[in-house]
Design a binder for this molecule. Structure first.
Ligand SMILES: Nc1ncnc2c1ncn2[C@@H]1O[C@H](COP(=O)(O)OP(=O)(O)OP(=O)(O)O)[C@@H](O)[C@H]1O
Ligand SMILES: [Mg+2]
Length: 374
């Protein structure tokens, strides 16, 4: 047995998932763009990579696709090291952040491209392309030049073109990034349905956290070229592991203070700590309170409460966001529109804000201090 075969056998024995990134790092010249990424994806999963602009999401996808080689680490499929394989030797297809369509070709020709370069006959191409166009709602536009399509239609051409070659893995870079809100939601529904129907593995990149939480089975949160946290949308949303995640995912209030003897002491006040603190040792920490866990009006018995003033309001459908000022800093509350209406909010007026102490999630100070710039 050669050394490579031996290494592959061992990797297979260790590998739990379909696609793995092991200690992947990437430098462009002196700039470190990715550091020590470990990603493990099961076949058929819908994964979202989220993170702010420049956090390394596209670079990660390009490394998976083989369009970029990692400086360190390896990419494995079914436990086999594929780091050195060319993009066309991998069973993947990618839909790019910026449309990479041929503007002078029509919709049919764009989608058929991957089949044509494989030397497929016209009749067979039609047999495959037309149902695909039907599926993404572009059958009527088959002969339209892609230069004359809307952003959403072009995005669907990109997805159809990627799916037509029957990849095992679909990589989607900001597939809804250039769409308006209504189209974005329609495209999300389509993506979810395509994923379900096809049974393929999807890796989807977005800086829109609500899209990721809505679509993905599992989310990887990236910051500055590292994975901050991975988990189900619920885990990441309700139990952020770091200050960065608490800030980036959802709308959270972060209050620094000290946990001791069942209380949380901070410049905003001293509050009952609640069940979230039960397993934690005392000491410095940050209370993370979701904006929709902050209520206004008469507090329930046992609640944590503090006096606030109303600075500003934002109306967004069934939710009204109250921007408040507490004794030592701002506080944000997402209030159901009906409740908000009953309170007849007046900018500048005093209110009592309260929350159920059991709704608070705590971060320990080590986590906080471990982050640069936090
Ligand atoms: N070819 C390159 N040469 C040098 N630096 C690069 C190159 N490609 C990307 N970078 C840098 O790597 C970092 C990560 O870029 P990347 O495109 O992966 O970010 P991203 O998370 O996809 O951001 P966005 O949300 O804006 O698309 C950025 O600072 C970027 O400027
Ligand atoms: Mg990008």
């Amino acid at each position: 047995m050669s050394i490579t075969t031996l290494a592959n056998t061992m990797a297979t024995a260790n590998g739990s998932g379909y696609l793995q990134l092991r200690g992947v790092g990437k430098r462009f010249g002196e700039t470190v763009v990715l550091s020590d990424l470990d990603i493990d994806i099961g076949e058929g999963e819908f994964i979202s990579l989220i993170g702010p602009s420049g956090s390394g999401k596209t670079t990660t996808l390009r490394i998976i696709a083989g369009l970029e080689s990692p400086t360190t680490g390896a990419v494995l499929v079914d436990g086999k090291d594929i780091t050195a394989l060319l993009p066309n030797e991998r069973d993947f297809a990618m839909v790019f952040q910026h449309f990479a369509l041929f503007p002078h070709l029509d919709v049919f020709q764009n989608v058929a491209y991957g089949l044509r370069i494989r030397g497929m006959k016209k009749a067979e191409m039609e047999r495959q392309v037309l149902p695909m166009l039907e599926r993404v709602g572009l059958r009527e536009l088959a002969t339209r030049k892609v230069g004359e399509l809307s952003g959403g239609q072009r995005q669907r051409v990109g997805i159809a073109r990627a799916l037509i070659v029957k990849p095992r893995l679909l990589l989607l870079d900001e597939p809804t990034g250039s769409l308006d809100t209504k189209l974005k939601l329609a495209m999300q529904t389509e993506l979810k349905a395509l994923h379900k129907e096809s049974g393929l593995t999807f890796i989807h990149v977005t800086h829109n956290q609500s899209e990721a939480l809505a679509l993905a089975d599992r989310v990887y949160v990236m910051n500055d070229g590292r994975i901050e946290q991975q988990g189900s949308p619920t885990e990441v949303y309700r139990y952020p592991a770091t200050r960065f995640v608490a800030d980036f995912v959802g709308r959270n209030n972060l209050i620094d203070g000290t946990l001791e003897h069942g209380s949380f002491r901070s410049a905003m006040g001293t509050f009952p700590a609640g069940a979230g603190a039960a397993q934690l040792p005392g000491g410095a920490g940050t209370a993370v309170i979701r904006a929709d866990a902050i209520h206004l009006g008469a507090a329930e018995p046992g609640a944590a409460s503090l006096p606030v003033r109303l600075d500003a309001l934002e109306y967004a459908g069934s939710i009204v966001t109250w921007f408040l000022r507490g004794p030592a800093g701002p506080l944000t509350a997402d209030v159901p529109a009906d409740d908000s209406g009953r309170l007849d909010p007046q900018i500048g007026d005093a209110y009592e804000a309260w929350w159920n102490p059991d709704d608070v999630h705590y971060l320990r100070a080590e986590t906080r201090d471990g982050l640069k710039g936090g």
